[in-house]
Design a protein around this ligand. Structure first.
Ligand SMILES: Cc1ncc(COP(=O)(O)O)c(C=O)c1O
Length: 406
């Protein structure tokens, strides 16, 4: 059955009323359905308490729901064990956790972390920081102008025998392309390297199965998956999480503390120092439960039709160049472009004044923009609540804005 977009929209308060925004910035943060807000509201109104640290009824209920959320997230990405799911603040913190805890323990001077030019700064800077601390090398795969990674370059760099980690995005937040994760992970493992997938963009638009992928780590944020801000997820294979030292120190991550030493607890608590994002974990689980009413096939078919429409409409705007592939089968959920003689900030500013939300800038991907030879782009990104009519309006308003600016 096709996705009923009006039924989807009715579940978001933000889209009620005639002043609803035309929201094309879901790659930055998706809108939140009422079901998620209500789940967090219920926690604060009826069983607000800390988790894992009390005997009373409120804390027991909060703990139960928090641990249920872990199970829901684990099942969503098909983790083998719920304890392979660590709750963090966001995708960025999840990747930093791996760089600090796993990276410092396992990488030495001369070892290589291999990245793609598609990466977000969140999957670049933690490795550059590790480079400063540990004198490791950070190397880059090659890519063509359409954002396709060159497998020969991956093979060549892996062949040098120095790569200890391949850290790769599942979906570009600029070009919308999806690297062939299965193949890259297999090649990395064959070369003895570990793998980390940045699933920040992929997670809301395509089913993720960590066991089928075989990745060692996978990271994402709740707020791009129709969930709340302030919650991220790190999936790590059980044996790796067990071997890793803690990331942050504090309450709840310990086994025992003496005046002169401590011993860490077991994962995942070992990595969840201090009071965790309780309401947010409950909200994230509610987002995942909410999504289950829509089969993946319907979401993907619908979103592909929107991207197809956007590519066609944007292709008709004079003096506008779309970066990356122009084929909806090769682009998922976002399109970035440059308009002759107009800075993205001016364009997004004018559209923003009319409640049309797009994003202008480098989208935290400066190395990618450098590779594409453009300082900044305008990005349109979609969620399952966008409509073809919104895209038509956007095209008209964008043409007007460009005429004004030129
Ligand atoms: C591909 C990718 N990775 C990582 C991130 C970082 O996510 P967060 O800011 O939620 O940590 C983003 C955010 O835009 C992203 O698009």
């Amino acid at each position: 059955m096709a996705l009923d977009v009006q039924a989807v929209r009715r579940q978001f308060s933000v889209f009620a009323g005639k002043d609803a925004p035309l929201y094309f910035d879901s790659a930055a943060t998706a809108q939140t359905p009422d079901a998620v807000i209500e789940a967090m509201d219920e926690y604060y109104r009826t069983y607000c308490a800390n988790v894992h640290r009390g005997m009373h009824a409120l804390t027991e209920r909060a703990t139960l729901r928090y641990e249920e959320a872990r199970k829901t997230v684990g099942a969503f990405i098909n983790a083998k064990y719920p304890r392979e799911i660590v709750f963090t603040k966001n995708c960025t913190e999840s990747i930093n956790l791996v760089a600090r805890a796993w990276g410092e323990q396992n990488l030495q001077a001369g070892d290589t972390v291999l990245l793609s030019p598609l990466e977000h700064h969140s999957n670049i800077v933690p490795w550059l920081q590790l480079k400063e601390r540990r004198n490791i090398a950070v190397e880059w795969m090659e890519m063509d102008d359409a954002g396709r990674l060159k497998m020969e370059s991956l093979k060549k760099i892996l062949g040098k025998g120095k790569v200890k980690l391949v850290a790769i995005t599942g979906q570009s937040n600029v070009l919308g392309v999806r690297p062939d994760l299965q193949k890259i992970i297999r090649m990395a493992h064959d070369a003895g390297a570990r793998t980390l997938v940045d699933a920040a963009q992929l997670i809301a638009h395509h089913p993720v199965d960590v066991q089928a992928l075989g990745c060692d780590f996978l990271a994402f944020s709740g707020h791009k998956l129709y969930g709340p801000t302030g919650i991220g997820v790190l999936y790590g294979k059980r044996d790796l999480l067990e071997e890793m030292p803690p990331f942050l120190g504090g309450g709840m991550m310990i086994h025992e503390v003496k005046t002169d030493r401590f011993s860490p607890g077991e994962p995942p608590q070992k990595f969840e120092a201090g009071t965790p994002p309780i309401a947010q974990a409950i909200g994230l689980a509610a987002a995942i439960e909410w999504m289950k009413q829509f089969p993946w096939k319907d979401i993907e078919t619908y979103e592909r039709s929107l991207i197809q429409k956007a590519l066609t409409l944007l292709g008709k705007v004079e003096g506008l160049t779309i970066l990356g592939p122009k084929d909806a089968d090769a682009v998922s959920c976002c399109i970035s472009f440059v308009a002759d003689g107009v800075h993205p900030h001016d364009l997004t500013d004018i559209l923003g004044q009319q409640q049309i939300a797009l994003r202008g800038g480098h989208h935290c991907t400066q190395p990618l923009h450098e590779r594409l030879n453009v300082p900044a782009t305008t990005r349109l990104s979609i969620g399952m609540y966008n409509t073809a009519e919104e895209l038509e309006t956007l095209k008209v308003e964008m043409q007007k804005a460009l005429d004004l600016l030129r």
